[in-house]
Ligand binder design. Structure first.
Ligand SMILES: C[S@@+](CC[C@H](N)C(=O)[O-])C[C@H]1O[C@@H](n2cnc3c(N)ncnc32)[C@H](O)[C@@H]1O
Length: 187
């Protein structure tokens, strides 16, 4: 059992609640389309996304993390699986949100390719991450090393390059010095 599954029932006490309001101006959400919360875990972000998008589907590899989302509400659409192989039709999803998850994913290139494949034309993937080049994030990187997470962090420029390599149109914004929100548009 992986670490997230083991700490699932305590996860939200450890990381705290999600400050959606603080981030809201940094990315667009299409109210007409379903949003896929990739690596959405316990649904602490999905509770906000569900209010704004047509519906919200939480995808995560940890069954135990997904189970916790029932504490928020019991009408979430839940799918268990790995982001390197997304079980959705090509060109079927309008928007994907990935919060604090990409750095935990083992094969990020494959995951980004999968996102690109399932996105509708003009669909968007929104990625919120911690900037590895921000000095104080070294503590987070060190902590995750000690926890044996095998995390791989990027700077926004590095992630932009990865996304542009698969032909996404990219821009990013900085809600804080430590974090960035990158939006990749499928052309
Ligand atoms: C730090 S948690 C973030 C959860 C949620 N996005 C949030 O902000 O509360 C990272 C999540 O990514 C999931 N995860 C890690 N690697 C994954 C993968 N390859 N495919 C799907 N989910 C993955 C973990 O199970 C965990 O729930």
């Amino acid at each position: 059992m992986d670490l997230f599954s083991r700490i699932a029932s305590r996860y939200e006490n450890i990381v705290g609640s999600f400050d959606y309001e603080k981030l809201r101006d940094f990315f667009p959400v299409n109210p007409e389309e379903i949003i896929l919360d990739l690596g959405g875990g316990t649904g602490r972000v999905a509770i906000f996304l569900k209010e704004e998008a047509n519906d919200c589907l939480i995808f995560d590899r940890s069954f135990e993390m997904l189970q916790q989302s029932r504490n928020h509400r019991n009408d979430f659409l839940l799918v268990q699986g790995k982001s390197e192989s997304l079980p959705f039709r090509k060109n079927s999803i309008g928007q994907i949100f990935i919060n604090d998850t990409l750095h935990h994913v083992q094969n990020q290139e494959k995951t980004l390719n999968e996102c690109n494949a399932i996105l509708l034309k003009q669909g968007q993937v929104i990625i919120r991450e911690f900037d590895r080049k921000y000095f104080w994030n070294l503590l987070l990187i060190l902590f995750e090393k000690i926890m044996r997470f095998k995390s791989k962090f990027h700077s926004p420029k590095e992630l932009q390059k990865l996304c542009e390599e698969i032909n996404l149109e990219v821009y990013y914004r900085r809600p804080s010095k430590a974090t960035f929100v990158l939006v990749g548009l499928k052309k």
